[in-house]
Design a binder for this molecule. Sequence first.
Ligand code: ADP
Ligand code: ASP
Ligand code: MG
Length: 814
Amino acid sequence: MKVLKFGGSSLASATSIKLILDIIKNEQQKLWVVVSASGKTTDNLVRLTQLAHAKDENYKADLKLLEQHHITICKELLPIAAQTSVIAMIKSSCNALEQLLDAVYWLEDLSPKTQDKIISFGELLSAQLLEKIASQEIESVKYKDSRELISTNSQFTYAKVNFDKTNATIASFQKQNQAKVTILGGFISSNETNETTTLGRGGSDYSAAIYAAALDAEVLEIWTDVSGLYAANPKLVKQAKPIANISYEEAMELSHFGAKVIYPPTIKPVLEKEIPIKIKNTFDANAEGTIISNSSNGKHQTIKGISHIEDISLLTLEGLGMIGIHGISKRLFEVLANNHINIVMITQASSEHSICIAVAKENSKNAEQLINNVFKNEIAEHLIQHIIVENDLAILAVVGDQMKSHQGISGTLFSALGRNNINIRAIAQGASEKNISCVIKSNNVKKALNCIHAAFFEAHIKELNVFIAGVGNVGGKLISQLQQQQEYLKEALNLNVKIIGVANSKQYYINENGLGNSDWQINLSNQMRSNNVSYYDAIAALNKQNSVFVDVTANEVVANSYADLLRKSISVVACNKIACSSDYNYYKELKYLAKKFKASFLYETNVGAGLPIIKTVQNLISSGDQITEIQAVLSGSLNFIFNEYTNGELFSTIVKKAQSEGYTEPDPRIDLSGKDVARKILILIREAGIPIEFEAIKNNPMLPKGSLEAASVNDFYNLIKAENEHFKQLLLEAKNQDSKLKYVASYKDGIASVGLQFIPKEHPFYNLEGKDNIVSFYTNRYQEQPLIIKGAGAGADVTASGLFADIIQIGSAS
Ligand code: ADP
Ligand code: ASP
Ligand code: MG
């Protein structure tokens, strides 16, 4: 025979109950079917009780909803003729519930005993309802009240089972039980005086295990809403996969540390009889699921899974007076045990001068008082300090039977956390070496689970989570390049580059699972314009591992956000030059923060779009070379303008053309004023290791001041029309000198300047075409012949691919 247990979500609706019936009908053998309360009924009953206790009459309306929920299922699944008696059963149960809740309301008293009585109705209703529905389609179905079978002590809400009595009762009941399918409510039981008790939240799994052991079942099947026990909670780690085989001990450790899919005490009764547990998905019955047994499958896997417990507080007892004194730990543990406070984790430094324990947050206040009281004499004598309490923590546990025979597990674990800037508050390793657990901040849990999962289970694939700011010409190109190359990057570089967020100056759109190939423009334009949470806060709140912020704007506010992002270990890839060319201290600070918080700060596209100029300077400097002179044409836009401006067309017309083809900054004055080129040479000089400020760059303006100060870009176009004649003269003079007009940036002997120059025919810059850039570096190693980098230095495609390369560089870093 088999015992099948169905969880709350499997009983939540008529549709899911039909799935249960299909599963039962498929079985040939005798079955015991144990069910949880329907959907969130137990949570709702707890809430109703709290409302009544708090003198809030809303419990009445909420109870009606609960009644209606069950009646709806009954109406959807039963023929009319069969409905009347079942609806009567539901109503009379809800009446009884109402009387209990009224009593709580009027007496303003809620004992654990009353609480148990109230919450038992969830399983009483669901099991009886299922029996009526199943009887319509299946022969020989019987309902049995679990309270008549499972005997416990009187520790209400968390009762302890009397196995001798329980096993005997189950055996004698089964002897005369002819039913093919016996349906029972999980979770509920009764004490010596037949009062209702419960086995602890999540306890239906335990009831099913008790039945399976007592009946010597062939297997215990736990049917739930996920396809097995996963290597990490699949709701938090999307990449996680179900574990095919796992030992009882491993499953016990994982569930103890929060893998809610199985209630921790469940394993013990079946382990003693070596009955395997299968975890299956009601909503995907064909999925393999997980088998928990003694079988040694999966030996090659050192780590089986990662789990975590939220709402943990850490209590630290510290003091020099603790060293070498016997009995401190004994008194500490004793006082907690005597007050039923469970210690989830313990660590003690070998110096013995501090001891750290983790308890559930709900117990922390009580524990703090008890401990301070126990050690009040030592505290008064300053031998021990008052206990230190830290809240908002979580415990994370990495579990595997084979851990003991493998080195380097904790190294992998802690370096994954360290790389992602996750601080560890305490560490413990069980003597059995089946688990390493550590305490971290709650807001880091999701990130920690994902990066540890990646380190142990997907070591070959690294996920990068990309957030883009600025989706104009270049940003749009970058998104389509990343979308197109996503599969290739996975295969060739083992990189899963996911664009999680996109933003323009007004709104942002975030999809935690990645935009994929979706139409992000539509999603972005559908966002609410006024969002109270800023893009940066939304990114920080997601707290994803390997986050990369890509700034494709030319905006100062965005540039000012880098420091905060880096402090959160979010890497920054900037196309925007403002950060690197503003105050030198800010530029230095960003580099420092990147190092400190193990993030990257890359900005190759600041100079020469996709050309590898900055990387080259960095490589020269880090290999010990020194740059002595730089000569460069660094403005693709100005080069384009002066190359086009040869004859015929007016200067102003050509500027407009350059802008409309995307070769200038959004505001072309930034190019024409020389400001953009000055920023670029500034960045190169800084990269060469020379501290310099923007003001030190001599800018020989080529346009009169007035036109640059025009109120708008449009006004500016009107004003430069007046300059057409001036440029015509310049062009004429250049021709007379057999030269070309080039906008050149140079640096030598501590002096940097930018300005328009006549470049003679024999000069290497003379033939610089289209929107190309060229840089000549003279260094200690390149004294005679400079190191020259030349190529397309503007344009959306090449700039986007420069950004792409920076993003990949982050992915390739360890
Ligand atoms: P049921 O109502 O069927 O008893 P539970 O909600 O108690 O279901 O348990 C199933 C849930 O356990 C899953 O939906 C999932 O969110 C959670 N869970 C946590 N850790 C794990 C894990 N490692 N593997 C599978 N599920 C997990
Ligand atoms: N219904 C109970 C609860 O929600 C028991 C269970 O579902 O396992 O805690
Ligand atoms: Mg459960």
